[in-house]
Design a protein around this ligand. Structure first.
Ligand code: TPP
Ligand code: DXP
Ligand code: MG
Length: 621
């Protein structure tokens, strides 16, 4: 195996041309085999094998700086920097991350996970290099999907002022997770479909360049002409007009061609974009056919491409998807918005059934929120379905555009809680804290699948901003008999006993049931309250909990700071109510990747740890 010769960064430079070709095949085989067992981001990685190899032939790592946007396509980079042995532990607790991590390797110079950050970070490196008078290359690799994010454009706008070399590789596979959308995507896909036209343009430019003295001048004149003729001759004019030199496009499977262009790009003083046309899923037919399904995949059978363990139970996203279809049918004012997560948030069915009332805005959470505010101001009922960690992007828009005007926007917050293998960038553990600080915001969390359905229906007709948060994975189907109508700020008593009041929110009701059962076995009576609302709090319930119990235990899948529990403690303090309160929440730390059951235990929100902590503070009279 040639791959075995790669023990560390730069080893690839020792290989012959023939060996490089074999290596590309071996890398694909390796990735397919490993990811079929561990799960992970397959399709994007298969598409950038030659591009990554060319970058590694071009750069001198770790001296040079290579930044991957999102970072889900960095597996070949990991392989070429001596991390082959770690692939069995990919995205597992204590194992290798699925994203670049500075703590993992010197060759990962910037951590990523959320989209559209790479140009900003690369530009930071480029300016720092200038200030320090150092000499290294900086390359940011950004996908066509990530380029739809506002941050990328803010960075391009800023980069235009840079005087030294900075290479932006546009890894264009004509796909986001699913189909890429919007004007930019249409612009870029024109580069693919008009190959012959592009060849003509490049041919004319090359021929002109060959004419002694006058040729170069003519090309320069064409570049400077403010007319349609310029568009005819200069591919990538959009970027050139912004002050970013554009080179390409080059075929993403042509390693030598990419390398040639990178070398050419490195001679340019200033920012330069190298446009590489890659193919998502390249080399594995099921992934080429279904790039969205193989974007991030569970373990699968290599022969058939089917999941190794088919899902039997519905997850919360499935429930949301069904409710949205019903709501779309029932009410023409209901409109749905996603920021490039149609599949992940379960809006595919809504999209198919009501295409005129569905909006994929690209990877643009900030815009999505203000866009929703506009729709709401005009009288529609917008539902923005979004992952908890990605909504962090849009904090000011929630506050400034939705909540100050008190507009009825529904935030359907999926992946709220620990998400598992994506790790610290993706854990949805801050939304209660960041949303509850905003006046006019109402926050709900369902205990089970029926309650999610009821809450979404309730939220759609709510007159002011409202969020429903629910976790990744299987929807809880216990406690079916508890289904009183939702009423704002009202909780639900599940067991009304004495001594200990377990006040649980959303996903923690299931855990609280286990704690309740364990306490009962030990002869300790406990009440269980499903809080339903993180904001506003059910103050009447809290008064009763304090007056009839000796210990109140708050339980949430969110960080402790600014969380549900902290608000309850403050309420008791403000009211002068003296009751023993134990806050169960995630500590003030980032939570790494791994199986969620392991993580629950690690952060101390699993039933066993909660029971232990209760016993430490509960002292019967
Ligand atoms: C802020 C943010 N929103 C959404 C996502 C989810 N996400 C991860 S990869 C991706 C698509 C990226 O497309 P592209 O940059 O073209 O890379 P490709 O997957 O095609 O290689 C999306 C939407 C994210 N990581 N960050
Ligand atoms: C890289 C990225 O941000 C997404 O692909 C994310 O990994 C999707 O997560 P889910 O698997 O929870 O949909
Ligand atoms: Mg893409």
């Amino acid at each position: 195996m040639i791959l075995e010769k790669i023990k560390k960064e730069n080893d690839i430079k020792e290989l012959s041309e023939e060996e490089l070709e074999i290596l590309a095949d071996e890398i694909r085989e390796f990735l397919i085999q490993k990811i079929s067992v561990t799960g992970g981001h397959l399709a994007s990685n298969l598409g950038v094998v030659e591009l990554t190899m060319a970058l590694h032939l071009f750069l001198d790592l770790p001296k040079d700086k290579l930044i991957w946007d999102v970072g889900h396509q960095s597996y070949t980079h990991k392989l070429l920097t001596g991390r082959r042995e770690n692939f069995d532990t990919l995205r597992k607790y204590g194992g290798m991350s699925g994203f670049p991590k500075r703590k993992e390797s010197d060759c990962d110079c910037f951590d990523t996970g959320h989209s559209s950050t790479s140009i900003s970070a690369g530009l930071g490196y480029a300016h720092a290099r200038e200030i320090a008078g150092e000499d290294y290359k900086v390359v940011s690799v950004i996908g066509d999907g990530a380029l739809t994010g506002g941050m990328a454009f803010e960075a391009l706008n800023n980069a235009a002022q840079l005087k030294s070399n900075f290479i932006i590789v546009l890894n264009d596979n004509n796909m986001s997770i699913s189909e890429n959308v919007g004007g930019l995507s249409t612009y870029l896909s024109g580069f693919r479909t008009a190959d012959a036209y592009l060849d003509l343009k490049m041919g004319v430019m090359n021929s002109l360049n060959k004419i002694p003295v006058y040729g170069n001048k003519m090309v320069e004149r064409i570049r400077k002409t403010k007319s349609g003729i310029k568009q005819l001759f200069i591919p990538g004019m959009l970027f050139e007009e912004m002050g970013i030199i554009y080179l390409g496009p080059v075929d993403g499977s042509d390693m030598k061609g990419i390398l040639r262009l990178l070398k050419e790009a490195s001679n340019i003083e200033g920012p330069v974009m190298v446009h590489v046309l890659t193919h998502k899923g390249a080399g594995y037919l099921p992934a080429e056919r279904h790039p969205a399904r193989f974007h991030g995949t569970e373990p699968f059978d290599i022969e058939t491409g089917l999941p190794s363990k088919p899902r039997v139970k519905a997850n919360y996203t499935d429930i949301f998807s069904t409710v949205m279809r019903k709501l779309g049918d029932r009410d023409e004012k209901v409109v749905a918005i996603t920021a490039a997560m149609t599949d992940g948030t379960g809006l595919k069915r809504f999209h198919n059934m009501f295409p005129g009332r569905f909006f994929d805005v690209g990877i643009a959470e900030e815009h999505a929120v203000t866009f929703a505010a506009g729709l709401a101001a005009a009288g529609l009922k917008p539902i923005f379905a979004v992952y908890s960690s990605f909504l962090q992007r849009a904090y000011d828009q929630i506050l400034h555009d939705v909540c100050i005007q008190n507009l009825p926007v529904v935030f359907a917050i999926d992946r709220a809680g620990l998400v598992g293998s994506d790790g610290e960038t993706h854990q949805g553990i801050f939304d209660i804290s960041y949303l509850s600080a905003i006046p006019n915001m109402t926050i709900m969390a369902p205990k089970n699948k029926w309650e999610l359905s009821d809450m979404i229906k309730y939220a759609v007709d709510f007159p002011t901003p409202i969020a429903v948060r629910y976790p990744r994975g299987e929807a809880y189907d216990g406690l079916k008999e508890y289904r009183q109508p939702i009423s704002v700020g009202k909780s639900e008593w599940i067991y009304r006993e004495s001594e200990i009041a377990l006040v649980a929110l959303g996903s923690m009701v299931k855990t609280a049931e286990k704690v309740h059962a364990a306490l009962r076995e030990e002869g300790i009576p406990a009440s269980l309250i499903n809080s339903r609302f993180a904001k506003p709090l059910d103050t009447q319930m809290l008064m009763e909990a304090a007056s009839k119990h000796t210990l109140v235990v708050t339980m949430e899948e969110n960080v402790i700071n600014g969380g549900f529990g902290e608000h309850i403690t403050r309420f008791y303090n403000e009211q002068g109510i003296y009751v023993n309160v134990l806050n169960i929440a995630i500590p003030d730390e980032y939570v790494e990747h791994g199986n969620v059951d392991i993580l629950y235990h690690e952060v101390g929100i699993d039933a066993d740890t909660i029971l232990k902590r209760i016993k430490e503070v509960y002292h019967p009279l």
